[in-house]
Ligand binder design. Structure first.
Ligand SMILES: [Zn+2]
Length: 236
C-alpha cells in the first residue's frame, strides 16, 4: 500500500466556488462575460440547455424556482440578461441529498442518492484497479452561492468582476447534487494537469459505465473552459 504524506498546513481548501485560487468551476465566461456574438451564443445556448435539461430531466426547474432566482439576482444586482448572455441554464436543487464521505479536506459533502451510489461504486471499482480518486467538492446550494456574492460585494468587488469567476446563484451544475469535482494523489486539486494522471485515464475509460460524464471537455462546443476534474452523473 502506498503511504501518502500530506502536510495539511500547506493545503488550501477550494474557495467558495469550488476551485483553488479563486478560479471558477464549470462556468468560465469569455471576458467580459456579456460580450458574445449572437450566432455563437445561440448555438451555445442550445447545446448547454439540452445537456442541462437532460441532466435534470427528473426535476425540471419550475416557475417558483426561476422566480426565486430572479429575486436573488435583482437583490445582488445581477443583470436581467445574465442567463442569455452567459449561455447557462437553471440548475435546480434536488429534493433529496445524502451525506457522502468527507471530502479530501475533511469537509462534509452531499450528493443525490443516485449520484452517491454511482460515485461509491465507481470509487470502489477504481480502488480495486489500483487507481485513487477522491471527492474535492460536490453539492453546493443556491444560498451558499449567494453568500459568496454578498461577501464579495461587501468587500467592494463589482458584480461584473464577480460574475467573471463565479456562476450566478441558480446556474451552477453543483446545485443539482449530481456534479462532483474529483481529485487524485500527486496532483494539485482542480488543475488541468489532472488530465495527465492515471485517475483521469481511468475515468475516461470507465466513468460513463457508472453514469458520469465530463461536463466540460477540451474544446467543448459550449466554449466553457476545460475542466478534466468536473464530472456529472447523468445516466443515459
Ligand atoms: Zn465542479
Amino acid at each position: 500500500m502506498a503511504i501518502i504524506t500530506v502536510n495539511l498546513a500547506n493545503l488550501t481548501a477550494p474557495d467558495d466556488c469550488g476551485r483553488l485560487g479563486g478560479r471558477p468551476c464549470g462556468r468560465h465566461f469569455w471576458p467580459p462575460w456579456y460580450r458574445r456574438a449572437n450566432a455563437t451564443r445561440q448555438h451555445t445556448v442550445t447545446t448547454i440547455q439540452r445537456r442541462t435539461l437532460n441532466m435534470t430531466e427528473q426535476h425540471t426547474p419550475d416557475s417558483g424556482f426561476a422566480e426565486r432566482i430572479q429575486h436573488l439576482h435583482d437583490e445582488l444586482g445581477i443583470p436581467r440578461h445574465y442567463a442569455v448572455a452567459s449561455c447557462l441554464a437553471l440548475c435546480e436543487e434536488p429534493p433529496q441529498l445524502v451525506d457522502t464521505e468527507p471530502d479530501f479536506y475533511g469537509r462534509p459533502q452531499r450528493l443525490t442518492p443516485e449520484a452517491f451510489a454511482a460515485w461509491r461504486a465507481m470509487k470502489e471499482t477504481a480502488t480495486a484497479a489500483g487507481v485513487e480518486i477522491f471527492l474535492i467538492s460536490a453539492f453546493r446550494s443556491v444560498d451558499y452561492q449567494c453568500q459568496i456574492f454578498r461577501r464579495k460585494l461587501e468587500a467592494g468587488q463589482q458584480i461584473d468582476g464577480i460574475l467573471s469567476v463565479n456562476a450566478a446563484p441558480g446556474y451552477s451544475e453543483h446545485h443539482t447534487g449530481r456534479a462532483i469535482d474529483i481529485g487524485t494523489c500527486h496532483c494539485p486539486a482542480l488543475e488541468e494537469e489532472f488530465e495527465r494522471t492515471p485517475a483521469f485515464a481511468w475515468l475516461d475509460r470507465n466513468a460513463a459505465g457508472f453514469g458520469f460524464h465530463l461536463s466540460y471537455p477540451r474544446d467543448n462546443s459550449s466554449g466553457i473552459s476545460y475542466e478534466p476534474w468536473h464530472w456529472c452523473y447523468a445516466p443515459q
